[in-house]
Design a protein around this ligand. Sequence first.
Ligand SMILES: [Zn+2]
Length: 158
Amino acid sequence: MTLSIADLPGHEGFAAPVLPGGELASSSSAFTRTFVGYQAACSCGWADQRRYSATPEGAKEAEYRWWSRHTPPLLAAAPPSWLVIKSNLLCEQVVKLASDRPLAALTLLSQVESWQRTLLDQAVAGARETGASWAEIGEAMGISKQAAHERFRAQVSP
Ligand SMILES: [Zn+2]
């Protein structure tokens, strides 16, 4: 069984069987070799060190471990998928507007830019207040830690 969360594409958690040599089997699917326990793992390559018993209960505990240890920091930085869909749709519609009526697109994009800048500053300040590092902020924005710090240090406290 694999576990997934709609807002975390690319992350499927599973109880990975631990082979006698200590290495993890790559999935929880049909499995004929003997194994000595379970560890939590994810399709992204993440694996936890804690080992659980080679029982159905151990598998459940390993799955819970994926959910409780691996997903919280990822979810903190993942926008809700329904909002990503709306954002992509807005972009497509503005592209069409810019083609059909460029001046109307300029008016709309200027409005978006004005609230986008304010919200970006607020989100960075909020992230800093909740303990996010400049590296985490940069990663969330797809820019380097240095670029994030240089861009926002004046607006938010260090
Ligand atoms: Zn993952």
